[in-house]
Design a protein around this ligand. Structure first.
Ligand code: NAP
Length: 255
């Protein structure tokens, strides 16, 4: 699966454990040129240090997906520097911490708005920004979780946001398909990342997956990276509007 000559944008690298980083590494190894974004100065150094370990020089740009101005500035810069885009990896999500520990029924209007805006609407705005740059078709991928379909302890409003995200994948796939732009989601099993640590009881969820998933182990970051590479590559050229599970098969179990 070669990506030689392909240009991609990756959002959501916070550190070396990030799922976005796993996909960025695989894409870079396959020959892609990358632009990586960071949210706020706090993460800039991290992203620059990680990017320096890739074989090629990457473009490092700021982007808070909650800001239309920053999203617009990002695509203006990409147009100026890269000229074209072949893929986008969307791996950003956020909900206020209290919304991921108290009962869902207590979710405030503001927590709901933030979670849906940052974790779901951002895919729509990024797809709209990328569309004119994907002049030779393209692949947009996002990261979701089983909590979109089933109740998982403390996932709460993030599950509702992921449901909106997965539905957006289908509508975007329909809108952009005629331009040969594919839109898919990876539904990853739980992986211990910064974002995951914000979910109360996350370690217990890891234990349940190890015990009950058909593969009897937890999902590895590299497995998500490999599937990301597949969905970006031409090997997945017939797949769009899909949610692909990389969870050791956990989602097929009834108990
Ligand atoms: P992560 O390393 O913490 O990545 C989450 C990223 O989202 C961080 O870089 C974070 O930046 C960024 N982000 C949050 N708000 C943002 C904003 N307003 N603008 C731009 N970026 C923003 O955790 P991860 O687990 O790899 O998460 C990546 C994606 O995978 C998320 O969509 C997550 O829901 C999904 N996912 C994760 C798992 C899992 O178990 N880890 C399973 C299934 C799906 P900050 O650190 O600055 O907030």
């Amino acid at each position: 699966m070669t990506l030689t000559g392909k240009k991609g944008l990756v959002l959501g690298v916070a550190n070396k454990r990030s799922l976005a980083w796993a996909i960025a590494m695989r894409a870079s190894e396959a020959g892609a040129d990358l632009a990586l974004t960071y949210q706020g100065e706090r993460l800039e150094e991290n992203v620059r240090e990680l990017a320096a370990t890739l074989g090629k020089e990457s473009l490092i740009l700021p982007c808070d997906v909650a800001s239309d101005d920053q999203v617009n500035a990002l695509f203006a810069k990409l147009r100026e520097t890269m000229g074209r885009l072949d893929f986008v990896v969307h791996a950003a999500a956020f909900a206020p911490p209290e919304a991921l520990s108290q009962p869902y029924v207590q979710t405030s209007r503001e927590a709901f708005r933030m979670a849906l805006d940052i974790s779901a609407y951002s895919l729509v705005s990024l797809a709209r920004g990328a569309q004119p740059l994907m002049t030779e078709g393209g692949s947009i991928i996002t990261l979701t979780y089983l909590g979109a379909e089933r109740v998982l302890p403390n996932y709460n409003v993030m599950g509702v946001a992921k449901a909106a995200l997965e539905c957006s994948v289908r509508y975007l796939a329909s809108d952009l398909g005629p331009q040969n732009i594919r839109v898919n989601a990876i539904s990853a099993g739980p992986v211990k990342t910064l974002a995951a640590k914000g979910i109360a009881g996350f370690s217990d969820i890891l234990g349940v997956y190890r015990e009950r998933a058909p593969l009897r182990r937890n999902t590895e970051q590299g497995e998500v990276g490999d599937t990301g590479l597949f969905l970006i590559s031409d090997a997945a050229r017939g797949i769009t509007g899909e949610v692909l599970y990389v969870d050791g098969g956990y989602h097929v179990m009834g108990m």
